[in-house]
Design a protein around this ligand. Sequence first.
Ligand SMILES: *Cc1c(COP(=O)(O)O)cnc(C)c1O
Length: 457
Amino acid sequence: MADKNRTKYLLDEKDIPTKWYNIQADLKTPLPPVLHPGTGQPIGPQDLAPLFPMELIKQEVSRERWIEIPEEVRNVLRLWRPTPLIRARRLEKALGTPARIYYKYEGVSPAGSHKPNTAVAQAYYNKKQGVTRLTTETGAGQWGSALAMACAFFGLQCKVYMVKVSYQQKPYRRVLMETWGAQVVPSPSPDTQAGKKVLEQDPNSPGSLGIAISEAVEDAATRDDTKYSLGSVLNHVLMHQTVVGLETKKQLEKADDEADILVGCIGGGSNFSGFSFPFAADKLAGKKKKLRIIAVEPSACPSLTRGKYAYDFGDTVGLTPLVKMHTLGHTFVPPPLHAGGLRYHGMAPLVCKLYEEGVIEAVAVPQVTTFQAAIQFARTEGIPPAPEAAHAVRVVIDEALRCKKEGKRKTIVFNLSGHGHFDLSAYEAYLTGKLQDYEYPAEKIAEALTHLPQVKG
Ligand SMILES: *Cc1c(COP(=O)(O)O)cnc(C)c1O
């Protein structure tokens, strides 16, 4: 029964979606092809087979609207799903806004973010195909911990190449990964040719996500028992996250409400897409024309708002296939933002396509004002948001204040993609006045864009 007066809108386990929503079915024109870096020709399933199990490769290119979620995957999702939709009444009151604000809270997963939604599905399909070991890279450790947990559930070995600076400076996520049974090594490591090469040139290299990707990919490509797993950007990853938006739709019905504005932060695009694509479906079908869907990125790494829509590598070293996306250039190294999960030079191709078609909007916000919003949220609603999710909070507060000024009673719904319990050093930096904004790195980006790969046509 619909009830406008609740604070938490909860669903039953039986309401966990039974199918993922695949937005590729509803695009007017298909995504531009992914190209082989050597030949410049579109790649086929066989090119990806050394890295991913066939079911995931099929999902990556599928144009079927609904894809069945295996019962084994749903059974694991039951541990924390459905996640709550919460009306931010205390924040509304503090802002004095006539707007209604709701947040979908993905921080209730054991790993503290939305990332296990895809980690579990990926571990399942690998296990089903007889794979016994997965590799991946991780920056601050959010994705690594999600995959470590999923591998524990399905009895897979897991090796995580963790960017060396994070490995040294953020020991708790490493311990969490080890608690779930993963092997974690600082990257660059002597375990791969890619790592050895970097170490020869610079034994004290702090590492980067790009180097760690190269190591994890090489490890998987050179072993028969091993495949590689990625936590964002790819079509199948975004699709696995649509459980978030599908639940949110049902919960808004329970609240007898309808979204006017949806907000999510974007690093590679997975939590934003999972949350918003089931709503974007209505826009693509010509309904809900006034619904605004806003993606929020950091102004120091603004792929969507300032990047070029062009073919580029997914990694820094230049090993991956070429994908058409908004990119700051694969050689661009973003400033050391606290929102580590948003420090990526590119963006999910599906998000880019919807942005190009005007289905979604994007805004970039700087770091300090983002933490101001995070603190206000923590002091009213209780949860300290992950620094990534705090970007969404900033824009939600701005929109709610705009409603106040204009006297409009809009419904704003956002995805709180994770909690910040492992990011308290960033909060400490803010609280002690040490947190700073980074200038928009215009020159570095312009330089990096000169290194885009040449693609014909
Ligand atoms: C990794 C992460 C992000 C950014 O990744 P997306 O793929 O863009 O969602 C955002 N929020 C949290 C909590 C994360 O862990």
